[in-house]
Write a protein that binds this ligand. Structure first.
Ligand code: SF4
Length: 480
C-alpha cells in the first residue's frame, strides 16, 4: 500500500483532525511514514486564523510540493483552515496540489488520496458550512507522546468576536455526544494514556446545544472517574462561562488539574466592547479572585491581542496595569492581524505595525518578570509532576510538567537527576507521576530532581518516543 506523510499545523483541534485522517488512511491500509522523501502521498493540514499562520501553511505546502517534483510523492493533499478561506486560490495558484478538503470534510481524505476527489472539483462551488464531528468509533492515530492525548469535545463557535474568523473556518458550535467523549477517554486510558486534554473553541459552552446545564462540569465529573488517568485538563474557557459549579467540580476531584486557560483578549472596556466580548479589567480581577478562592493553588493562563484598531496608548496602559495586578502564571500575546474576512477589518484607526510590535514586547516583558518571580517561589518545594521522557534537546535531561503546566504552551520542568537511579534502563516510564524537588528556576521553566516515582513496569520496556518538532512529519507511534 502507498506510504503517506502528514504535516499538521496550528492548534490541538487541528491536530485531532490530522490524527483522524491518519486513522482513516491507516485503516484503509495506507502505511504512515515520518519521512517526506519516502511518502507516495503528502498531506498538509493547514492553519489560517491569522496572517503568520497562513504564511507558514503556504510555505509547508510549497515545501511538500518539492517532494512531488523531485521525490517519490505522487499526490499532495491540502486540508484544514486554509482551504476554508482560499479553496479556489490554492488549486489555481499551486498546481502541484491534487485535492483540497475543508475542516468539515476530514473523512474525505481517503477519496482524496485515491484520486476520487478530482482537482478543481470544488472550484467556484460554495462549500457547505462545516458540520463534521468525529466520535469514539472514528479511527484515530495519536501523534502525541504515548501518555498524552487531546480530545475534541466540541467544534465550531457562535461567538461574534470581531477580530476572529474561526467561526467561518470551523462552522457553527456543535458538541459531541456525552457518552461518546466518555467512551473515547476510557479507550485512551486503556491504551496507556495518562493525561487527557479537552479542547474546542469554547469548552465552557459544552453541551448547551444538547440541552445540558453546566455540561462541562458534568462531563469533568464523569471523566474524573476514568480509571488509569492521572490528569484531566481542558483548554479555551470563555470568561463569562466560568460558573461556580465548574470551579467546585475542579476543586473537588484530584484527577482534575488545578489549571484554567481563559483567553481574555484585552482589559480595556472600550477595546473589549469593540471586540464584541464585553466586560472590563475590574470584572476580570473579581473573576480571578473568585477562581483563586475556589481552587487554592490554581494556575491560570490567558492570552491577549495588542494593536486592535483604535487601541489607544491609554487602553494599552490599562492592559499593562491589569496584567501587573492579575499576576497570571502563563500568558500569550498576539499581535492584531487584520483579517479581511473579520468584522474588525472595516474598523478605522488601524495601529502601525511598529507600535503593535512595541506593545507586544512591552506586555511580554511585564509577564516575564511575573513568571520569573512565581517560579522562584517554587525552589525547594516538592511537587507532583508527570514525567514526559528525554528532552527534545538532550537525552541527558528529562522533561516533566506540573499540573499547572499545559503541554506545548506553558513552561516545563527539566529533570536533571533521578534519586537512587544510575542505570538508564531502570528509569520510570513516560507518563509516570513522580514527586520532584525544585532546585532552580528560570524565567519560564523549572529545574528539579525526581525524588519519588513508581518503579518501572512492563510498560517501561517501550522506549520513549521523541515528539515531532513543529511542521516536521509525524513519527508514527506504531502499534497503538
Ligand atoms: S470565542 Fe471568539 S476568539 Fe474564540 S474562536 Fe470563537 S469567535 Fe474566535
Amino acid at each position: 500500500m502507498p506510504k503517506v506523510g502528514f504535516v499538521s499545523l496550528g492548534c490541538p483541534k487541528n491536530l485531532v483532525d490530522s490524527e483522524v485522517m491518519m486513522g482513516v488512511l491507516s485503516r484503509a491500509g495506507y502505511e504512515l511514514t515520518p519521512r517526506a522523501a519516502e511518502a507516495d502521498v503528502l498531506v498538509v493540514n493547514t492553519c489560517s486564523f491569522i496572517a503568520p499562520a497562513q504564511q507558514e501553511s503556504v510555505n509547508s505546502i510549497l515545501e511538500m510540493a518539492e517532494y512531488k517534483k523531485f521525490g517519490r510523492a505522487r499526490k499532495l493533499i491540502v486540508a484544514g483552515c486554509l482551504v476554508e478561506r482560499y479553496r479556489d486560490e490554492i488549486q489555481r495558484q499551486i498546481p502541484e496540489v491534487d485535492a483540497v478538503i475543508g475542516t468539515g470534510e476530514v473523512e474525505k481524505i481517503l477519496a482524496a488520496c485515491q484520486g476520487e476527489l478530482p482537482a478543481n472539483a470544488t472550484m467556484n462551488v460554495a462549500a457547505e458550512p462545516p458540520s463534521y464531528l468525529y466520535h469514539d468509533l472514528t479511527p484515530r492515530i495519536l501523534s502525541t507522546p504515548r501518555h498524552l492525548a487531546y480530545i475534541k469535545i466540541n467544534e465550531g463557535c457562535d461567538h461574534p468576536c470581531t477580530f476572529c474568523v474561526i467561526p467561518r473556518l470551523r462552522g457553527k458550535f456543535r458538541s459531541r455526544r456525552f457518552e461518546s467523549v466518555v467512551r473515547e477517554a476510557e479507550n485512551l486510558a486503556a491504551a496507556g494514556v495518562r493525561e487527557i486534554c479537552l479542547v474546542g473553541q469554547d469548552t465552557t459552552y459544552y453541551g448547551e446545544d444538547l440541552g445540558l446545564r453546566d455540561g462541562l462540569a458534568t462531563l469533568l465529573t464523569r471523566l474524573a472517574q476514568v480509571e488509569g488517568l492521572h490528569w484531566v485538563r481542558f483548554l479555551y474557557c470563555y470568561p463569562n462561562r466560568i460558573t461556580p459549579k465548574l470551579l467546585e467540580t475542579i476543586a473537588g476531584h484530584p484527577r482534575l488539574v488545578k489549571y484554567l486557560d481563559v483567553p481574555l483578549q484585552h482589559a480595556s472596556r472600550g477595546v473589549l466592547s469593540r471586540m464584541k466580548r464585553g466586560s472590563n479589567a475590574d470584572a476580570f480581577l473579581k473573576m480571578l479572585e473568585r477562581i483563586r478562592r475556589a481552587i487554592p493553588g490554581v494556575s491560570i493562563r490567558t492570552s491577549f491581542i495588542v494593536g486592535f484598531p483604535g487601541e489607544t496608548e491609554r487602553d494599552f496602559r490599562e492592559l499593562c496595569d491589569f496584567v501587573r495586578a492579575a499576576e497570571f502564571d502563563w500568558m500569550g500575546v498576539f499581535s492584531y492581524s487584520d483579517e479581511d474576512k473579520s468584522a474588525s477589518f472595516s474598523h478605522e484607526n488601524k495601529i502601525e505595525p511598529e507600535s503593535i510590535a512595541r506593545r507586544r514586547d512591552a506586555l511580554m516583558s511585564i509577564q516575564k518578570k511575573i513568571s520569573a518571580k512565581k517560579l522562584r517561589g517554587r525552589v525547594g518545594q516538592r511537587l507532583p509532576a508527570i514525567l514526559e521522557g528525554p528532552s527534545k534537546d538532550t537525552d541527558l535531561v528529562w522533561e516533566a510538567r506540573l499540573e499547572g503546566m499545559a503541554p506545548d504552551i506553558d513552561g516545563k520542568v527539566y529533570i536533571t537527576e533521578f534519586e537512587g537511579i544510575s542505570d538508564a534502563l531502570a528509569l520510570p516510564a513516560p507518563g509516570t507521576l513522580a514527586t520532584i524537588e525544585v532546585t532552580e528556576s528560570s524565567d519560564y521553566d523549572l529545574i528539579a530532581r525526581a525524588v519519588e516515582f513508581a518503579a518501572p513496569s512492563a510498560q517501561s520496556s517501550a522506549r520513549p518516543q521523541k515528539p515531532a518538532r513543529r511542521g516536521e512529519l509525524f513519527p508514527i507511534l506504531a502499534g497503538r
